[in-house]
Ligand binder design. Sequence first.
Ligand code: T6T
Length: 327
Amino acid sequence: MRRRWLVGTVALALLLAACGGDDEGGGGAGGGAEQQYSLTLIQGVKGDQFYVTMQCGAQEAAAAAGATLEVTAPDEFDASLQTPVVNAVVAKKPDAILVAPTDTQAMIPPLTQAKAAGIKLVFVDTTTENGAELAESEIASDNEEGGREAARSLAELTGGKGSVLVINVKPGISTTDARAKGFEEEIKKTPGLKYIGQEYSNDKPETAAAKTTAALAAHPDLVGIFGTNLFSAEGAATGLRSAGAAEKVKIVGFDAGPKQVEDLEQGIVQALIAQKPADIGKAGVEQAIAALKGEPVQKKIGTGFVVVTKENMNDPDVKPFLYKSSC
Ligand code: T6T
């Protein structure tokens, strides 16, 4: 009896060693082999090519590190829809979550719970007001500078005379708020341009299109629009096209989704501020794994952007930054 117990114990110990069943948890091969970490990426919204491209970068990095990566997202860019997604992921207890919080305040409670459950958090793209506390690392474009760049482009494209409008997403998103702020500050440097404020698309191209046609009717001297994200810029282009105002009004859009690139090619949009979402995804995975291994992490990582125009869109150093619809 005692011998059978001993044999069983040894077998169990061997099994645990083979599964990496040590104090650090997380599963994976022990005995000197690399631990296999389980990561989950929670995007801001489903079907947005910015997040698809981020996923591609994250998947490559996870495969290179021997980690597993699950990907999930809410149906809309909305904290009330992202909260249950976060809760469901936390219930599965991955080792780390890479997440793009959809609201600087409303996402704090579910993400605080995730951290309290012992899951490492890395913020990709967006952040919360207390991001530095919650996340091991925050990775994003320099969004304020992107907004300033949009203002400089629009000032040049419009000849610096007339009214300009911002089509933003909704208040409370760290990235798009920062873009609008940078734009507003920079546009003031061109005294001939009148900044008429922001309209919100709620991340819906059809709303952005409707707001654009309404603004065209209300402001006959409108010469420029800054669309602060993919769907806002897509919708602004649609509105301009349907109003037949493409000759008169210039558009600078953030992001570089396939429809945005088409609009650029057709001359409806004059410049796109393309982010580097694949780099954000890759860095997110790398930072999460560093944190899990107890290695040093970079608290903040800034990824750059590329200004895409009709002239340079096919250049070999620009083309790779156009967003993907699938990996
Ligand atoms: O512009 C990106 C992202 O950076 C932002 O936080 C939300 O909108 C996008 O996903 C584009 O739709």
